[in-house]
Design a protein around this ligand. Structure first.
Ligand SMILES: Cc1ncc(COP(=O)(O)O)c(C=O)c1O
Length: 363
């Protein structure tokens, strides 16, 4: 059989996890898994929320509305947009990855620009879809050479994966507005924001710009990566319809159980309590872990000159190999960039969203 191969690769992060599991088995020693990109301080406690769901109802056992459940979209509009948008602008997807794939396939642009340090899957989707990718150096450089991007799309990830840094919101909103105004397509893919930011006004400030597309995921902000659910927001109804058509012929809609679960989390007292508890426990330990890295001169401060370490990731002054010798699984920074890989090899990305005492014990 002949196969059309894309040239994309499986995630190195998963491969590291498998290697470390083997090392753990062979040595009988415990390892700390900081290679992953999920919040692991605690799980979200769904006990009270699932009691509210009638799993026997026809409503969730059969095909769901193609653009997603209206009540879920209403809840998203409230939680993410302070009710400023409308449900017509929101499309439920099977997670952020599916949203990115649908959007990348559907926009007609010269190139898709990624940050210098980027999440590898962006480039793999670009490969699978046979598109053209490129890189921008940082937000300041974007602003300086803004005209160069007018026929392209740019991905903005803040707090960034892999660096875990958070740029100033006012400056970010101004930059996104400028890019929109020159005709560039801005793809905001920032699934780590809602873990940290209570009064986040980014989406509310830019949702109405015609060239801005917001992609979100419930994998990180409420810890539900196994449910495969997220959404895309755009005010461009042509794009919205095209995404829905592609979604239909790729998967025939999004899982009804996942949709009702997230809907109940956002719309009920017990749901909001579960989200708040999850976020509080998670962010408390993340903060302590970042402080610990700073105090012990382990944080690679050169990556945080114009931004703050805020995300669920941080970059440390140790290589993947050095960390592995201390039974800590991480991912070399060189995996996340195509620019100066040799320099990046000296550093590693770690996930700081793990229990503080475990983190301290291993370091
Ligand atoms: C920056 C970024 N965007 C999007 C995603 C996609 O998440 P999901 O497909 O689980 O919603 C991830 C997952 O690691 C990510 O790091």
């Amino acid at each position: 059989m002949k196969i059309k191969k894309s040239g994309a690769t499986y995630s190195k992060i998963t491969a590291i996890g498998e290697k470390v599991k083997m090392l753990e088995k062979e040595s009988g020693k415990k390892y700390l898994y900081l290679n992953q990109g999920v919040n692991a301080v605690c799980n979200i406690n769904l006990t009270e929320v699932v009691k509210l769901i009638d799993f026997n109802s026809r409503d969730i056992q059969v095909y769901q509305p193609m653009k997603g459940r209206p009540l879920l979209k209403q809840a998203i509009n409230k939680y993410y947009f302070n009710n400023a948008s409308t449900i017509e602008n929101i499309l439920i997807t099977s997670g952020g990855m599916s949203g990115l794939d649908l959007v990348f396939q559907s926009i007609d642009v010269d190139k898709i620009y990624l940050p210098q340090y980027f999440w590898g899957s962006y480039m793999n989707i670009i490969k699978v879809r046979n598109l053209r990718g490129d890189y921008y150096f940082n937000f300041a450089e974007l602003e300086k050479n803004i005209e160069q991007y007018k026929n392209s799309a740019l991905v903005i990830c803040d707090p960034n994966n892999p660096i875990g840094d958070k740029y100033n919101d006012e400056k970010l909103i101004a930059l996104i507005t400028k890019l929109n105004n020159i005709g560039a397509t801005v793809i905001i893919d920032s699934p780590y924001r809602k873990v940290f930011l209570d009064d986040d006004t980014l989406y509310e400030s830019v949702y109405n710009l015609p060239n801005v597309i917001i992609i979100e995921s419930f994998s990180k902000s409420i810890g539900l990566s196994g449910q495969r659910i997220g959404f895309v927001h755009t005010i461009n109804q042509d794009l919205n319809n095209e995404l829905a058509i592609k979604l239909m012929y790729a998967s025939n809609g999004v899982n009804g159980f996942a949709q009702i679960l997230v809907e109940k989390l956002f719309t009920t007292k017990v749901g909001i309590k579960a989200i708040n508890n999850f976020r509080l426990t998670t962010t408390t330990d993340i903060k302590k872990n970042i402080e610990f890295l700073k105090t012990n001169n382990l944080l690679a401060i050169k990556f945080y000159k114009n931004s703050e370490p805020k995300g669920i990731f941080a970059v440390v002054n140790l290589s993947e190999k050095e960390l592995l010798e201390k039974q800590i699984a991480s991912v070399s920074l060189s995996f996340f960039t195509r620019i100066d890989k040799e320099e990046a090899e000296k550093y590693a990305r770690i996930c700081v969203s793990v229990p503080h005492n475990e983190f301290v014990n291993f370091f």
